[in-house]
Every structure is written in structure tokens, then in C-alpha cells.
Design a binder for this molecule. Structure first.
Ligand SMILES: NC(=O)c1ccc[n+]([C@@H]2O[C@H](COP(=O)([O-])OP(=O)(O)OC[C@H]3O[C@@H](n4cnc5c(N)ncnc54)[C@H](O)[C@@H]3O)[C@@H](O)[C@H]2O)c1
Length: 256
């Protein structure tokens, strides 16, 4: 029960394939008390159905559109009135125009570039600001990133640049919140079939490349990302901050 008596906010469960869902399942097994946020009312309804079905019915659900600072502020204020303080946040949110996740990067529109940055990177900055106001010292914030922010990945384009910005934000936020012993880390997950991943052109081929070239000759399992998230949110990792932790069966270490 590594997470007993810890209140953790999970942002980004769209459905049962979401990485945030795999994380939530492992957090619950470890004894955490979970608070879920969702983007739109429609996703709130399907989230509540999923929670009910899977035995998470007693969890709080709160709407939070991360494109609005006001919405983020309100969501964490609401969480405070229900749970007083929190011990951690899972930020598992990204979005870009699907037509810009393919072709040439130089064709990215200004609007699409800013939208990807806004939802996929700036949101962590704003979430960290309002979450830290209600977070106990010694808390932990994690986000989900991808290798496409460090190296060029086929068709990842505008999202790769947003992930590079997210990775840098993790380090600056870790510096800001470090004195309070609040840690900020990212999990760089290997490819996993989810709604967001299907938006990237040619995603299905990436799995074959990973199976062929990664040291472990397979794709990472969602449960493995979930277990790493528990580690990073727990007191087992109190000396780790500002880190981009690859959970990808070693794919990132291979050159050729
Ligand atoms: N699937 C992969 O292969 C993979 C690999 C590495 C990293 N990631 C990252 O993991 C994270 C989760 O993605 P996923 O693959 O589980 O897909 P997903 O589609 O299940 O999750 C994306 C989530 O972002 C949320 N979201 C989008 N816009 C929002 C907004 N304005 N306000 C609030 N929430 C919003 C969606 O509602 C959804 O819950 C993303 O950051 C993604 O880039 C995914």
C-alpha cells in the first residue's frame, strides 16, 4: 500500500485505453485515493460509467479544460473543498490537429503549432501552479512525454516540438517546486495504442519497428507505465526530480 492515504489527481482518462487509466488502476491497487478530471461533459459521462463499472465509483470527478487557466484554477479550488490537500498529479494530456501529425513539419500552421503547445505543454505549467497551491510539501507531479521530443520521429512533427517544450517545462518546474520537496518528472512511454496515438499517421508501423529494434524486442505494456507512475508518485522516489524517465523497453538507447 505504497500510496495509502495519498490524494492523487488523475487528468486525462478518455477511455479504458488511455495511459492515465493504466496509471489509475495501479495507483488504486497501491491504496491511493483518486480524483479524476475530464475535458468535456460528454467525456465526463463516459468517465463516470467507466469508474462505476470498474469499481472506482466512489472517486470524485471534476471538469477541467486545460486551455483555460480559469478552469484549472476552479478545478483545483473545487478539489480543495472536497479533499483539502493533495499529494500528487498525473498530467496525461496532449492534443494537436490530426492533419498536422503527418507530412512536412514546415507545413504546420501557426494556429496548430500554438494549439499543440497550449494543450500539450503549457497546460503542465498552469496545472503545476494551481495544483501546488493545494499540494502537501513532498508531493509529486508527473506528465507523459515521448521520444519524439528528443529525436525526430516519423509524422510526430508538431507534437514532437510540443514534447520538447514539455520536457524543458518539467525541469524548470522541478527547480521552482524543489524547495518544497515537490518533485516534477516525466515518463517517456514507448508507443501504446490509444486514441491520441491513432491520430499520428502510420502509428501502426511504429510497433513493428519497436519490436524489431528495441533491446527487449517488444512494445511496453500500459501496466509497466502505470507501475513506474506509482514509483514516481510515491515516497520510493523522493530523490528524483526533473527527470525524463524512459519506459520503452530500451528503445531510446539504440542507434543502429
Ligand atoms: N500512446 C502513446 O503511444 C504515448 C506515448 C508516449 C506519450 N504519450 C502521451 O500520453 C498522454 C496521454 O495520451 P494517451 O495516449 O493516453 O491518449 P488519450 O487520447 O487516451 O489521452 C489524451 C487525453 O488528453 C485529454 N485532453 C485533450 N485536450 C484536453 C483539454 N483541452 N483539456 C483537458 N484534457 C484534454 C483527452 O480528453 C484525453 O483524456 C499524452 O500526453 C500523450 O502524448 C502517449
Amino acid at each position: 500500500m505504497l500510496m495509502a492515504e495519498k490524494n492523487i489527481v488523475v487528468m486525462g482518462v478518455a477511455n479504458k485505453w488511455s495511459i492515465a487509466w493504466a496509471i489509475a488502476q495501479q495507483l488504486k491497487k497501491a491504496g491511493a485515493n483518486l480524483i479524476f478530471t475530464y475535458n468535456r461533459e460528454k467525456s465526463g459521462e463516459s468517465l463516470r460509467k467507466l469508474l462505476e463499472k470498474e469499481g472506482f465509483g466512489d472517486s470524485t470527478t471534476i471538469s477541467c479544460d486545460v486551455t483555460s487557466d480559469e478552469d484549472i484554477r476552479r478545478a483545483f479550488e473545487q478539489i480543495k473543498t472536497i479533499h483539502s490537500n493533495i499529494d500528487g498529479v498525473v498530467h496525461s494530456i496532449a492534443h494537436a490537429k490530426s492533419e498536422e501529425l503527418g507530412g512536412n513539419f514546415y507545413d504546420t500552421s501557426r494556429e496548430g503549432f500554438l494549439m499543440a503547445q497550449n494543450i500539450s505543454a503549457y497546460s503542465l505549467v498552469s496545472v503545476s501552479r494551481y495544483a501546488s497551491e493545494i499540494m502537501n510539501d513532498g508531493g509529486s507531479i508527473i506528465t507523459l512525454t515521448y521520444l519524439g521530443g528528443e529525436k525526430v520521429a516519423q509524422n510526430y512533427n508538431v507534437m514532437g516540438v510540443a514534447k520538447a517544450s514539455l520536457d524543458a517545462s518539467v525541469r524548470y518546474l522541478a527547480r521552482d517546486l524543489g524547495p518544497r520537496q515537490i518533485r516534477v518528472n516525466a515518463i517517456s512511454a514507448g508507443p501504446i495504442k490509444t486514441l491520441a496515438a491513432k491520430g499520428v499517421s502510420g502509428f501502426s508501423k511504429v510497433g513493428d519497428i519497436v519490436k524489431e529494434r528495441s533491446p527487449m524486442k517488444r512494445m511496453v505494456l500500459p501496466i509497466e507505465v502505470g507501475n513506474t507512475a506509482v514509483f514516481l508518485l510515491s515516497d520510493m522516489s523522493t530523490g528524483i526530480t526533473g527527470e525524463i524517465m524512459h519506459v520503452d523497453c530500451g528503445f531510446n538507447i539504440v542507434s543502429y
